[in-house]
Design a binder for this molecule. Sequence first.
Ligand SMILES: Nc1ncnc2c1ncn2[C@@H]1O[C@H](COP(=O)(O)OP(=O)(O)OP(=O)(O)O)[C@@H](O)[C@H]1O
Ligand SMILES: [Mg+2]
Length: 309
Amino acid sequence: MITMKNVTKRFDGTGAAAVDDLSLDIPDGITVALVGPSGCGKTTTMRMINRLIEPTSGTILVSGRDVRAADAVELRRHIGYVIQQVGLFPHMTIAQNIASVPRLLGWDAGRIRARSSELMQLVGLEQSMLERYPRQLSGGQRQRVGVARALAADPPVLLMDEPFGAIDPIARTRLQNEFRQILKRVKKTVVMVTHDIDEAVRLGDRIAIMRDGRIVQYDTPETILSRPADGFVENFVGADRALKRLTLFSTGSIMTPGTGDASLPRVDKDGDLRDALSAIVAARSTAAAVVDEEGKMIGTITQAAILAV
Ligand SMILES: Nc1ncnc2c1ncn2[C@@H]1O[C@H](COP(=O)(O)OP(=O)(O)OP(=O)(O)O)[C@@H](O)[C@H]1O
Ligand SMILES: [Mg+2]
């Protein structure tokens, strides 16, 4: 869906390239998380995909077409963009913000109204908020509007720059989960920038770790966490990478089905293996009983099974 070939960006009057001979292939329908330290070139990489920044050299294809050949309006219809720090237009209402691309595309008022109302529902916001201004919303609500605005014209490609950056960890995890649910309903190719490796692991089908304008490793979260390419990646993903890797597996997928033992600590089948291990350690046990949504015991998970994953 998106191909970058030997792309370099050198800003005028600067020494080192912001993006340095970068190549990246993003298949249709997956979410790629670009992660790396501040200033490593994540935003620049993303903004070259929708031509907000022109590459110094190299080629970028979206759906097989060179972005340099595309018309700007056509490109925006095709690529939704969630800007770092949300970037809603402060003097426009939420409704006007969401309508910005559809209006550019010449949709009539009725169609825009229907679409806005559908999107507010999708991102879990009250319809009455459409008439408010961005400053009358909380940070998390504004981020939801940012996502709704990017989805407005139903683009196949979504670029998101730190989409959940400005919110507290609890609301952030909830929004990440909601976003994952949204992506199940509306199939998109997503490029997401984040500083947060946990967010990348939670949302990315693949992770690209960047350093100094280059990609150091581009792999699935499982591979990044189990086989970091070098010391930089190892350091970046953190000393607890073995525990982070356990978050990739659900308890239900590893348990042994059965009636369970009522004396064991209980864990949710939809929870992840890190939480299951934590519950086992907290109870000084060697196993836990797995329960379903109704709290019924449906199996057992052992410490040994978790360690064997
Ligand atoms: N318009 C510009 N002119 C000159 N240098 C720039 C410009 N925009 C970005 N840079 C430089 O390019 C490098 C990469 O910037 P970029 O914004 O892509 O980083 P980033 O990885 O998104 O960082 P952050 O995580 O802090 O958002 C930085 O060194 C930055 O100072
Ligand atoms: Mg950035």
